[in-house]
Design a protein around this ligand. Structure first.
Ligand SMILES: [Zn+2]
Length: 326
């Protein structure tokens, strides 16, 4: 089905269907297609878009999107659920964060281009899907070489979009929520912000394998947001978050190592640190200290590299702020 013909509203009320979205011709003559899972409720209501696999080495989102879709009772649903389990298909097939076809990171090229490289074309088509929805959920993990706590990130802004983003992030039920006052360009969530669509995204420890317990938490989170939006009966079921964090979500701002060697962390995720505290060391072959990395601000450790082998420029640690009272 060509994108121009892609109409979730063509799915009959009360039905669940898998649609395929043609994105780009591939060098081998095949078509790059995205599987799009559409469930339409009997009653009118909001449209929720849930993305998994924007990065190819993140597996909890794809599993959660498929599970939520499979278990969704369309006769209880108000509105429309649209799920894209694997958004970056070439990257998933290669098991890499970015695409092997053009070397691009899908989370940096929005709004993309209808006639550009494969990754730019995916971004363009997904941007069109974002424009159709009332709420975006983008399910990430921290990938093969890094770890982040299981969290829901949202747009912290004194506007209707910001208020609804925050409400959805708290309804999701992750143990950590992280508000961002600004959004760097190129992301699904910057595209949503431009289009005034409320959004949340998630992160979790990652590591290049599927954490089924986290995928289940993601599935409950999506269901909670559907309850919060009135798409499913009942109220969201979750504990309040243990941490409410605040700051830039731009991981490129993390402290980078300046030397090659073995990265030995001195902290764990969600540790509270003071400015100047030791975060980790880069060691040489015999254990000699090449470098010490120290916190550049007080806060909570939100990101850390988990693969010990490092080269200059590799992102190692990131500290963010904390909201004292929620
Ligand atoms: Zn990601």
């Amino acid at each position: 089905m060509q994108f121009n013909e892609f109409r979730p509203e063509a799915v009959p009320p009360g039905a669940k269907e898998t649609l395929y979205l043609d994105v780009a011709p591939l060098p081998d003559g095949e078509m790059l297609r995205l599987a799009v899972l559409v469930a339409r409720g009997q009653a009118e209501g909001p449209t929720l878009l849930v993305l998994g696999g924007v990065h190819g080495d993140e597996y909890e989102g794809p599993h959660a999107v498929r599970t939520v879709f499979r278990e969704l009772a369309a006769d209880q649903l108000r509105g429309t659920f649209i799920g894209v389990p694997v958004t970056n298909v070439p990257a998933f097939e290669a098991g890499t964060r970015g695409s092997p076809l053009d070397g691009l990171n899908l989370a940096r090229v929005f709004p993309g281009s209808r006639t550009g490289t494969p990754t730019e074309r995916i971004a363009y088509q997904v941007g069109c899907l974002i424009g159709r929805c009332d709420q975006l959920i983008d399910l990430h993990s921290s990938g093969t070489h890094a770890a982040m706590p299981t969290l829901a990130g949202y747009y912290s802004n004194d506007s209707e979009v910001g208020r609804r983003s925050r409400a959805a992030a708290f309804a999701f039920g992750a143990p950590v929520v992280w508000g961002h006052p600004t959004v760097a360009p190129g992301r699904t969530v910057s595209e949503a912000t431009e289009r005034r669509i409320p959004w949340l995204y998630t992160e979790c420890p990652g590591g290049g394998w599927l954490h089924q317990d986290t995928a289940a938490l993601y599935g409950r989170g999506v269901t909670n947001v559907m309850r919060q939006l009135g798409m499913l009966p009942g109220d969201p079921e979750h504990e309040p978050p243990h941490y409410h964090l605040y700051g830039s979500g731009r991981i490129e701002d993390a402290l980078a190592v300046r030397s090659s060697g073995f990265l030995l962390p001195a902290v764990r995720l969600l540790d509270r640190v003071r400015r100047g505290d030791l975060l980790g060391q880069v060691l040489g072959l015999a254990g000699e200290v090449h470098e010490e990395l120290r916190a550049n601000a007080a806060g909570v450790l939100i990101f850390m590299r988990t693969t010990p082998s490092v080269s200059p420029g590799d992102l190692a640690f990131m500290v963010t702020g904390e909201v004292v009272s929620t």
